[in-house]
Ligand binder design. Structure first.
Ligand code: FAD
Ligand code: NAD
Length: 457
């Protein structure tokens, strides 16, 4: 059987894989992409970023309509939420976006293989799907992403004791939902189901929510999320969860067991390389299941590259996309670079949390001299007019140079506001330069300018 031959074969069509395939095609390569799911877009589009944000948006509107209209003098009677319609909307958003990638593939002449890829030999990939075949490629890019980490003792049945994938599609709000892990997934999906009517208990092993984020910000968020009705138990180490007479019971070290209706396990994600048959090319993963790459994103096996969640780094869609661009540019002999010091992170709770660069704790630990500029949203006219008074902009600048070292924002549109600071950091702007730029009034972005200015005083 003649094998198809490509310059580049990409395994996985998440934000790492599909962006790499499109960019490589633009750079003139003959590219193919293998994806085992019928929809393109990976975790991000099918069961991650996109559906979770659709549910956050719908549930936010519901909560606002239920309890946020009074202060505007607006009343609405008999406000109800049809979960079936809400879920159908989420499905439509996902379908439109994943379908969009299929169109982009066609337009860019990326060959699409539907099936599961495994290495048969160096440069030879076996694809098992409706049709089984082997293809050859000069270069292979592994972008197989990640999956939910399991927790010893927690018996996932993917229904009552579930991962984020199932929690994005429940047909009714659990009466009592226990979330294991106060990380990004736990807080975002915990918020969705609380808004949709569940009593939500979040159990976190550490003594803080969102470990690793700036201390001022997590303390503020802890208070705000509690005020919204999330029960957050810190220092709670879950040792087991299983079904007793069909209902979940969660065991927490030193505490009484917790009975509930559903459990969401959200204690992190792990790289996914299952079934790739890496042994066939003599490629091993590290102790945490990750593939190790060099500065060109090439693994220890020449011609085999890896990007995204499957390698070390923050498991974020935009990080995978950045690596896709840099990796394919380098494959084409052009300069490509990812600035890992300037990768924003966002938690889409209410208010949103957004961060880029170093936390205040990290600056102290590294003995870097810094100045802190902080502005509270309640002092910003647009925030006040819009009724979004919770939150702050905190900017950390080098004490001598004024260069921005980190920014931590809570508040409405924090996810958008962080982009200005990231741009400034990427281009080595000082706080003085940032606030020398005219910002429209009244806007939330004035709070960014004012926090930057506060570091210069
Ligand atoms: P993935 O998106 O995981 O794609 C990998 C693809 O490879 C999958 O489609 C898989 O089917 C395919 N695959 C695997 N093995 C094979 C094989 N052998 N053959 C063929 N195909 C294969 N990040 C953000 O930046 N913002 C967010 O708001 C956000 N929200 C999230 C919400 C949730 C609930 C979850 C779970 C994650 C979220 N993330 C978010 C993280 C984000 O989804 C990931 O960081 C991102 O998808 C990683 O991209 P990737 O291309 O590396 O892998
Ligand atoms: P996470 O690492 O953000 O949080 C996991 C939490 O579980 C941590 O706080 C950890 O201390 C806690 N934990 C671990 N073991 C525990 C135990 N035995 N008992 C109680 N708590 C325990 O992981 P996640 O929330 O599952 O998210 C996975 C990945 O997906 C993250 O890397 C994140 O970057 C990505 N993601 C990003 C977004 C976003 O960008 N908005 C949204 C969702 C997911």
């Amino acid at each position: 059987m003649d094998r198809m031959k490509h310059d580049l074969l990409v395994i996985g069509a998440g934000p790492g894989g599909y962006v790499a395939a499109l960019r490589a095609a633009e750079l003139g390569m003959n590219v193919a992409c293998v994806e085992r799911e019928s929809a393109l877009g990976g975790t991000c589009l099918r069961i991650g970023c996109v559906p979770s944000k659709a549910l956050l948006q719908s549930s936010h509107i519901f909560e606002q309509t239920l309890s946020g209209l009074g202060e505007h003098g607006i009343s609405a009677a008999a406000v109800e939420c049809d979960l079936e319609v809400l879920m159908a909307r989420k499905g439509k958003v996902v379908a439109e976006l994943t379908g969009g990638i299929a169109s982009l593939f066609k337009r860019a002449r990326v060959t699409r293989y539907e099936g599961t890829a495994s290495f048969a030999a160096a440069g030879v990939i076996r694809i098992e799907g409706e049709v089984t075949c082997e293809v050859e490629a000069d270069k292979v890019l592994i972008a197989t992403g990640s999956q939910t980490a399991t927790l010893p003792g927690v018996e996932l049945d993917h229904d009552r004791i579930a991962t984020s994938t199932e929690a994005l599609s429940w047909r009714e709000a659990p009466e009592h939902l226990v979330v294991i892990g106060a990380g990004v997934i736990g807080l975002e999906l915990g918020t969705v189901w609380r808004r949709l009517g569940s009593r939500v208990t979040v159990l976190e092993y550490m003594d803080t929510i969102l470990p690793g984020m700036d201390g001022d910000i997590v303390r503020e968020m802890q208070r705000l999320l509690k005020r919204q009705g999330l029960t957050i138990k810190l220092g709670a180490r879950v040792t087991a969860a299983g079904l007793v007479e069909g209902m979940p019971v969660v065991e927490v070290e030193g505490e009484d067991p917790i009975k509930c209706d559903r459990v969401l396990l959200a204690t992190g994600r792990v790289p996914y390389t299952t079934g790739l048959n890496l042994e066939a090319i003599g490629l091993a993963t590290d102790e945490r299941g990750r593939l190790t790459v060099d500065d060109n994103y090439e693994t220890a096996v020449a011609g085999v590259f890896a990007i995204g969640d499957v390698i070390d780094g923050p498991m974020l869609a935009h990080r995978a996309e950045e690596e896709a661009v840099a990796c394919t540019l380098k494959m084409a002999g052009k300069p490509g670079h990812v600035n890992y010091d300037v990768i924003p992170g966002v938690v889409y709770t209410e208010p949103e949390v957004a961060a880029v660069g170093k936390t205040e704790e990290a600056l102290k630990a590294e003995a870097i001299p810094y100045k802190k500029g902080q502005v509270f949203m309640r002092a910003n006219s647009r925030a006040k007019a819009g009724g979004h008074i919770d939150g702050r902009v905190k900017i950390l600048a080098h004490a001598e140079s004024g260069l921005i070292l980190g920014a931590h924002i809570t508040g409405a549109n924090a996810s958008e506001l962080i982009a200005e600071v990231a741009l400034a950091m990427e281009h080595d702007l000082t706080c003085a330069q940032l606030c020398a730029t005219c910002h429209a009034h009244p806007t939330l972005s004035e709070a960014v300018r004012d926090a930057a200015r506060a570091t210069t005083i």
